[in-house]
Design a protein around this ligand. Structure first.
Ligand code: UGA
Length: 445
């Protein structure tokens, strides 16, 4: 079995390292942040991800996963290195490749004195052309070695979702391998076949830039589905008794369309989709091409949080001095991540209008507090959050919220007005005893 190193202890890096280690590989995870390293070493993941803590503890306890702060240590003690460092964007939308450049330089230094073939696999989301034009020359220069001869280079985009990252890693629907040369692709394909032990999904091989493009195009397509259905939803609201959920269910049965990512709501958020779309727009500009669709998708999304706030304002006759309960702070359920969360966008809009806010989230309060401070009051349960409020906005579809009954709202709230931003309650049931407004739901006759 190959010895593996993973550079970067974020979502992709840590989850991949733990999954490899749990499957019997010897893995070294390299993370330069000392505090994060300490967390990982003591089996406390620095973020919440279902099942991760248990698996991390298991792999650390049996000694399959080792953590280091030094790339040299990681690269020298492995045959394949996966690079999963962050690739944020700058204010103009262009990609910030600092971490990719630094890790490539250190990987090159580490390879300098090594003997034998080493494969470097980029897993970070990078603009098409980056592996060939940025990673390759840096590693070659720092190592004094030549790609294709002394080391291999591949790009394997990741498609895992936060909240189901382990499940997605263990059961992906495809593996995309971008390869500098045949040998690099072959080594990586063999590793994948070995990891999935006869249950590998389709593996598609291509050149480096095509694989980089697959990642951006896939995320952009997902955002397009969401913005598309949000526009349909906003149109449904203008009609009597037209419900976007029914429309999406029926559309989704057409295999050419599919039901996934047709959930209308408060817009998409999180650390990836918005960032990648902005980087893709910037990239297309650099190539002198105007990407009308991507720009429209982004604009629609930026307006969707405001749309939900407008629904509340319309129902309450203004927001000033109204007390509003926000259920959900994370950008999606099963994560404590609030990066670019639509809920935070909604909260900021409501604060601008002078509303007073109380919020609850099963996991994300601590992270939300880092952004919002004490501008919002934080409740310790969903029921406490509803108490004495004029309106409740559901911003994240946590399972815990689905258990709230119509009575919970009507008994606890001052004026039971429910704005369902995530379509988790049946309007036929909740609409009977509450003032119930939902994204994509036309008024009843
Ligand atoms: C996304 C992609 O789904 C992954 O395939 C990809 O690997 C990842 O980005 C990445 O680039 O790293 P993630 O951001 O974790 O994964 O979460 P998603 O499940 O895609 O949800 C993103 C946002 O879209 C959430 O705010 C969610 O609520 C929203 N969404 C999703 C909708 O509003 N409607 C839908 O129908 C689906």
């Amino acid at each position: 079995m190959k010895k593996i190193s993973v550079i970067g202890g974020g979502h992709v890096g840590l989850v991949s390292a733990v999954c490899f280690a749990n499957s019997g590989y010897d893995v070294i995870l390299c993370e330069r942040d000392i505090e994060k390293t300490e967390h990982i070493r003591t089996a406390r993941p620095p973020f919440f991800e279902p099942s991760l803590e248990v698996l991390l503890k298991k792999t650390i306890d049996v000694g399959r996963l080792r953590v280091s702060t030094r790339i040299k240590d990681a690269v020298s003690n492995s045959e394949v290195t996966f690079v999963a460092v962050e690739t944020p964007i700058k204010p103009d939308g262009s990609i910030d490749l600092t971490s990719i450049e630094t890790s490539s330089a250190e990987t090159g230094e580490a390879l300098r004195g090594e003997e034998g073939y080493h494969l470097v696999v980029i897993r970070s989301t990078v603009i098409p052309g980056t592996t060939e034009n940025v990673v390759r020359p840096i590693i070659e220069k720092r190592s004094g070695k030549r790609v294709g001869e002394d080391f291999g280079l591949a790009m394997q985009p990741e498609f895992l979702r936060e909240g189901s990252a382990i499940e997605d890693t263990l059961n992906p629907n495809r593996i995309v391998i971008g390869e500098y040369d045949k040998r690099s692709g072959e080594v990586l394909e063999r590793l994948c076949l070995d990891f999935y032990r006869g249950k590998a999904p389709p593996i598609i091989r291509m050149n480096l830039a095509s694989a980089e493009m697959v990642k951006y195009a896939s995320n952009a397509f997902l955002t397009m589905k969401i913005s598309f259905i949000n526009q349909v939803a906003n149109l449904c609201e203008k009609m009597k008794e037209v419900d976007v959920v029914k429309v999406a269910d029926a559309m989704g049965l057409d295999e050419r369309i599919g039901r996934k990512f047709l959930n209308a709501g408060v817009g998409f958020g999180g650390p990836c989709l918005g960032k990648d779309l902005r980087a893709f727009i910037n990239f297309s500009c650099q190539l002198g091409y105007t990407s009308e669709i991507f720009e429209a998708v982004l604009n629609v999304n930026e307006r969707q949080a405001r749309h939900v706030v407008d629904l509340a304002a319309r129902e309450l006759g203004g927001l000033k001095a109204k007390t509003i309960a926000i259920l959900g702070l994370s950008f999606k359920p099963n994560t404590d991540d609030v990066k670019d969360s639509p809920s935070i966008r909604i909260i900021n809009e409501l604060l601008k209008e002078g509303a007073s806010l109380v919020a609850y989230d099963p996991r994300a309060i601590e992270n939300a507090r880092l952004i919002l401070g004490e501008k919002v009051r934080y409740a310790s349960s969903a029921l406490e959050c509803l108490s004495d409020t004029d309106c409740c906005i559901v911003a994240t579809e946590w399972d815990e919220f689905k258990r709230l009954s119509p009575q919970d709202f009507s008994e606890l709230m001052r004026k039971p007005l429910l704005i369902n931003g995530r379509r988790i309650f049946d309007p036929g049931v909740y609409g009977k005893s509450l003032r119930y407004v939902a994204v994509g739901l036309g008024a009843s006759r």
